[in-house]
Design a protein around this ligand. Sequence first.
Ligand SMILES: Cc1ncc(COP(=O)(O)O)c(C=O)c1O
Length: 454
Amino acid sequence: MKKVETVLDLIGGTPLVRIEKLADPQGAQLWAKLEYLNPGGSVKDRIAQRIVADYEAEGKLLPGGTIVEATSGNTGMGLAIVAAIKDYRSIFVMPDKVSDEKRRLLRAMGAEVVICPTAVVADDPQSYYSVARRLAEETPGAVLANQYFNPSNLNVHYEITGPEIWEQTDGKIDAFVASMGTGGTISGIARYLKERNPAIKVWAADPFGSILKTYKDTGRMTTGHPYLVEGIGEDIVPGNLDFEVIDEVVNVSDADSFHMSRQLARQEGIFAGGSTGTILKLAVDVAAGMRPGQVVVTIVPDSGERYLSKHFSDEWMQDKGMLTRERASLELLRQLKDQELPPIVNVAGDQSVKEALERMSAYNVSQLPVIDGKRNVGSVRESNLLAKVLADNAQMEQPVKEVMEEPFPTLEESASVAQSIPLLLKHQGVVLIRDDRPVGFITRHDVINFSDGR
Ligand SMILES: Cc1ncc(COP(=O)(O)O)c(C=O)c1O
């Protein structure tokens, strides 16, 4: 590792990582740019550094000056780092829906934090935008970072982040997927990429409740409604959002965003925030609709650490109605259940009754699916096998396929727990979960434990 003077020198140059398991193998390659590896843990370090540098160059920010910003946390963290290193005072104004971790983090960096209500319109004097503007005007020597309208935001992504992606893919990129908060990330990167190759398609993920999709599609300003994903979607149209370089905007729900973020951690080892879930939900769909060999790049704006008490908490998810039995997928249920057993224990049709019984006893289960290759061909029950062997010991050597009963019912991973209940009520009480082959199973107990709030 090279030596650097300050952590500011570590901003940018983030890697692209292949998203393997969540991407459809029949679709395009999916690559994620890990912006949480910036020193402040988010993409916003880039704009913080640039905004301060530009204000200094313009002579508007002098030694001992103050940086004020309306921020949901990440820009604050970036600016707090710059302020700490350069000895500026920093004051951050944020809406009350922002996680406690984010507030504490800024205070830990020596910043001052002011909290405002979320449920007011942007031009209300109590909104976090209005309060930040007033504080910047009333504090001597202060500048408003103004990430929503300050061109330094879009410019840094146009001049630095966009070229990084172009170089990392050797210009072989067919689509780019991101979200819209201030719009700086997507607009700056998309503007650069489209200048290099106008055929690159740019997709934006927008939370349901944000006004941006309707504005892009119809030009109409509507009233937003509250949603839970932090940092993205708007009730204003930010100055740094350039819809000219965005081809399509797709709405994503809070539940889909959070479940995707949780899956990303569990399956790809990428511990990222809720907005990453929003983006990745769309990116996975976009890549699935493209050809193998094509390349989709997406963005991981921040780390999951700041959301441990939010969507990474099962209690919080249940409290928000997003882990209810009806909504949960079998895949989620399978992930949450006891991890001590292998995901699936089975026998093949030509294994012997003896082997099947040994396996049941080794794993302490009373029935097994019979799986040949990828096919779910039958099932065996311990009581039934024991009865046969008791009557005739020679049955021990019989192949399972001669004595097996009907196969367990199967459902896709994406099926809901609610769909599994009629099947679990059948006498076997087991449902196999299938991808292109059986990948796991659930029992009545799994569903009951889950709805108990486990
Ligand atoms: C967590 C998170 N994700 C995504 C974004 C969106 O980035 P941008 O503001 O560049 O549109 C932001 C910032 O607003 C954010 O805080």
